[in-house]
Write a protein that binds this ligand. Structure first.
Ligand code: MN
Length: 709
């Protein structure tokens, strides 16, 4: 719509086209009055101010409104911005037009304390004005739409504020009143301003998808048209593209990527009767396989804004999903125009059932707000009804945040800022401390408690619902693991360097960079990560710096005994960062396996540990491990003893264990209904031999059913 081309002549021509009898002289009079009133004003882009009311009137003419509405559109800013009074308007244009203009003026005249209150208060005023005459809101919509279309001339912060308000207030309201095209335009214009990069990306992707699938959809459409002709049914098939913000919302809500949105394109069939809608759907289902769960009958059960249509998705001829909407002309008009269709000039006298339903919805809303405590609650109530799949929560400063249902304070924290998310340690909702997994409810005021030393936890991934939070947490974990792997990799290499009496400085040489390249690593750090992850052994790396290949044996002998950890060596490398597994408690004498954990050193398991099988998905992370001879320290072993439950059985066992000089570090016992005692001992033993001897002695004790590790 080229809005700079609107003139009073083009406007009157347009009005005459749908209402030949219209009093266009009244429109000319309103135009001249408005032009005079605004004569000293200019729009921010430098054009005469009259262009704005003229464009607003033009939008109303596109909606085929009556002359009074269009005249009020021409005059809508005169009282607010110029010396004109309501009395002037009443004298010249009469009661009806004066009422409309005055109502519009009232809407934007109140001053508010906070932003959210301003929104709620504005909204309430709008509803009140609307309930008296729906045309007030239609003019207000046209006003907002023209402002949104010309928003690029405003400074950034103002632009964002208006776009946010449009998205939060005007779009849901247009939707609630069934004006489909307006809701879509409000949302896409706001989306473009609020998230320009995302918007541009979607525009590009949708264009690409359209190009790819256009021919295919034409083919499907042609097949149906032919079938309809055969059956003698009336039906018009047209293509349909979901609007950008709708696609964005779907991606957010279902946490999917653009490629996973499979109903970006679809077909719409408009027919003559309700019965034919169902017949056509039957034909579609007989041509292609319907996808279960995707059929929706909004004819039998209209949406709350009176939208009616059949929706279904099928697997098309090339295996692609195609979504269909099937509706009558009448349903289509309602889907596009909603309440506005009843204010079209030519239908002014026929205020039907639907209209009274819109009105009663409004009355209920206004009624219910009397019982609500404050403006905020009211807003939350209204919005909750319009878009139930999101929750609206507030920051402590009263800013509104929209998040998917099920969102937690962690989602909220990440929606504010990545660092707020990372440092989040707790949350207060309406002043009370809540768990981080708390699911926020409409109207909650959420305050995030942060600590500068805190980082996100892997557990958060189990309850966050927004993609943003998920991505940020995963990124953090990954970078943290990389950091730890670099550290471990470096440590492992340093050990290997010492073992071969090489200079630590070789780590910084160009040769080392070359070695990294040989392993097809981008950088030395990547090589360290691989060593730390157990993908590349330190020996493989350091090997390149040895004068000639020495037998492993010789290397061992030359190794300097350093500060020893307990008594485990890993494939000829000492001083490894390791810990023994808490599942199998390995002790000297057990066959061992080392498992290089991601960023947490090496865990030592018994070779027969049942957990190992699950852990060892990646063989590269398994390292050979051996006990060192002559180890004097003790290791913790776990024994599980099943005994007949008799008095003194635990005391007897404890005495027996002490008698062979073994310390008990932990004991845990419970009895079962069938009079059995299960006793777990953690014992400090020298080695497997000592433990085996002890187990034999225990097994021979009276009342012992079973002993096992
Ligand atoms: Mn205006």
């Amino acid at each position: 719509m080229a809005e700079e081309e609107v003139t009073i002549d083009s406007l009157t021509t347009k009005v005459r086209s749908y209402s030949p009898e219209a009093d266009v002289e009244l429109l000319r009079k309103a135009y001249i009055f408005s032009r005079e009133a605004h004569c000293s004003q200019k729009r921010i882009e430098g054009t005469p101010y009259i262009n704005h009311p003229l464009s607003v009137a033009d939008i109303l003419a596109d909606m085929e409104m009556d002359v009074a509405t269009i005249a009020a559109g021409l005059l809508h800013d005169t009282i607010e911005d110029t010396g004109t009074t309501a009395k002037d308007i009443k004298e010249i244009f009469g009661e009806e037009i004066a009422f409309l203009v005055e109502s519009l003026t009232k809407l934007s005249k109140i001053e508010f304390k906070t932003k959210e209150e301003a929104q709620a208060e504005n909204f309430r005023k709008m509803l009140l004005a609307m309930s008296e005459d729906i045309r007030v809101i239609l003019i207000k919509f046209a006003d907002r739409l023209h402002n949104m279309r010309t928003l690029q001339f405003l400074p950034e912060n103002k632009r964002r504020r208006i776009a946010t308000e449009t998205l939060e207030i005007y779009a849901p309201l247009a939707n609630r009143l069934g004006i489909g095209w307006l809701k879509i335009e409000f949302e896409d214009l706001s989306f473009k301003i609020l998230m320009p990069e995302l918007y541009d990306e979607l525009v590009r992707k949708v264009a690409k998808r359209t190009e790819e699938q256009e021919g295919y959809l034409k083919e499907v459409g042609a097949t149906i048209e032919e079938k309809l002709r055969e059956e003698g049914l009336h039906g018009r098939v047209s293509g349909r593209v979901k609007h950008y913000y709708g696609i964005y919302q779907k991606m957010q809500r279902q946490r999917i990527t653009f490629d996973q949105v499979n109903d970006v394109l679809g077909l719409r069939i408009i027919t003559d009767t309700n019965a034919n809608c169902y017949t056509i759907m039957g034909i579609i289902h007989s041509l292609w396989t319907p996808i279960p769960g995707r059929f929706k009958d909004y004819i039998a059960m209209p949406k709350s804004n009176m939208y009616q249509s059949l929706h279904t998705s099928v697997i098309g001829p090339k295996g692609e999903r195609v979504e269909f909407q099937i509706r009558t002309e009448e349903m289509h008009k309602i889907a596009e125009e909603g309440i506005a269709s009843h204010w079209r000039y030519k239908e002014k006298d026929s205020v039907g059932d639907r209209d009274s339903r819109y009105i009663s919805w409004l009355r209920e809303l206004i009624q219910s707000q009397k019982e609500l405590r404050d403006a905020r609650e009211f807003l939350e109530e209204v919005k909750g009804e319009v878009i139930p799949e999101v929750v609206y929560v507030f920051t402590p400063t009263g800013e509104i945040k929209e998040l998917p249902v099920g969102s937690t304070p962690v989602d909220f924290a990440y929606s504010i800022h990545t660092q707020v998310g990372h440092k989040c340690v707790g949350a207060k909702v309406n002043g009370r401390i809540v768990p981080l997994r708390y699911q926020m409810r409409n109207g909650d005021t959420v305050e995030i408690i942060t600590s500068p030393t805190h980082g996100p936890s892997r557990d958060w991934l189990k309850f966050v619902v927004t993609q943003r939070a998920k991505n940020r947490i995963k990124q953090w974990i990954k970078s943290e693991e990389t950091k730890q792997s670099i550290e471990l990799g470096l440590k492992l290499l340093e050990v290997e360097i010492r073992r071969h009496h090489l200079k630590p400085s070789i780590l910084k040489t160009p040769e080392m960079q070359a070695v990294a390249k040989e392993f097809s690593m981008q950088s030395f750090d990547d090589l360290l990560v691989s060593v730390g992850y157990g993908k590349v052994s330190p020996h493989q790396v350091i090997n390149r710096f040895l004068p000639e290949k020495m037998p492993e044996e010789a290397v061992h002998r030359e190794a300097r005994p350093g500060k020893e950890q307990k008594g485990i060596s890993i494939k000829g490398i000492d001083h490894i960062l390791y810990h023994t597994a808490k599942c199998c408690f390995p002790i000297p004498g057990d066959a061992l396996v080392g498992f290089v954990t991601r960023g947490r050193g090496v865990t030592i398991h018994r070779r027969d540990c049942p957990n190992l099988e699950q852990l060892a998905i990646d063989d590269a992370r398994i390292v050979g491990v051996d006990w060192k001879p002559g180890n004097e320290t003790t290791s913790t072993a776990r024994l599980v003893v099943d005994a007949v439950d008799r008095p003194g059985v635990i005391a007897d066992l404890s005495a027996l264990i002490s008698s062979v000089n073994v310390n008990i570090s932990h004991i845990e016992a419970n009895t079962t209904q069938d009079k059995k005692a299960h006793i777990n001992f953690n014992l400090e033993v020298k080695d497997k031999m000592q433990l085996a001897g002890l187990m034999q002695k225990i097994a021979q004790t009276e009342g012992i059913v079973r002993v096992k590790r």
